[in-house]
Design a protein around this ligand. Sequence first.
Ligand code: GLN
Length: 379
Amino acid sequence: LRSRLPDVGTTIFSVIGQLSAAHNAINLSQGAPNFPCDPQLIAGVTRAMEANHNQYAPMTGLAALKTALAEKVNTLYGTRYDDECEVLITASASEGIYSAISGLVHPGDEVIYFEPAFDSYAPIVRLQGATPVAIRLTVPEFRVNWDEVRAAITPRTRMIIINTPHNPTGQVFDRADLDALAAITRHTDIIILSDEVYEHVVFDGKIHHSMATHPQLAERSVIICSFGKTFHVTGWRVGYCLAPAALMNEICKIHQFLMFSADTPMQYAFAGYMADPTTYLALAGFYQRKRDLLRTLLADSPFRLLPSAGSFFMLASYGHFSDEPDSDMVQRLIVDHGVATLPLSAFYSDATDNNIIRLSFAKDDATLRAGAQALCQVN
Ligand code: GLN
């Protein structure tokens, strides 16, 4: 069989999830909550199902939900998206990423992205017959060197993929990053694909710098967001996408044939639930407390914790006490210590190993305590 992606194996999230389950390990690997969502949200889904909202939703999403999102984005980021033709409900943020890349990137194009990176970006770019161009974030700050970006741009550059707050490093862009990106892309037709699924998870009083806050960037940006990450329901697979009408039109051409539409009862539930912004506005504080709890619990562990400014994740380095490859470390942590994490090398196309692992603190406190206790036993 001639594979489209011969060098691609099973995604690390699946591999480690299975290994973790097989060893009954405490799972700090996936960025998915293990605690329940608000029962109100479940009641909303149940009500929608009972009201017989069980057939296809409109192709671009339920009107009430798109209107609620357009209002939310206008309130939070000060940019008005047309709720009819600039908001798309997707069957997961992952689908949004796929539909956007597939709809906008041509064979022969180059797409710049930053490593370490979420593992789907580069393979999706390659499937278009385009070339992913990886730029490394600085180590250990994990920031973008914008001079490198400027130097990497060619006439073929079609898209730059941004992710803030950043998975897996927990770094966030500041205003200067957006200004630099705007300056570099001015007078080009480069599209920004901005993965902002952790938009509400920014810590220490900082704010999330969405591409939507920057008019010059907003006009060339496709923004990807997630209901799963925001409302603790990653299994429901609903996300959304914001983009100027001309870009959105092309994205919809893919979405309509890939999914046609996203889950109907969930869309009804989110539309009702979103009327109260308290839940998503409380999310930063909620996860900051978890980050801080995990940091405190790991104070006496041998790991060195890197700063996390947002997202569900914190990096931990161990090069000062062991030089084993990070995948071996992760394997050993699962098998010998009963705690699952992820190797940072899995987020690099060439498996660069910095002796760093990723911890997810999107877990209930008991799990964080048990996981931290296990990590404190390591030597
Ligand atoms: N975004 C989540 C993470 O990084 C999960 C992604 C996935 O499992 N596909 O852990």
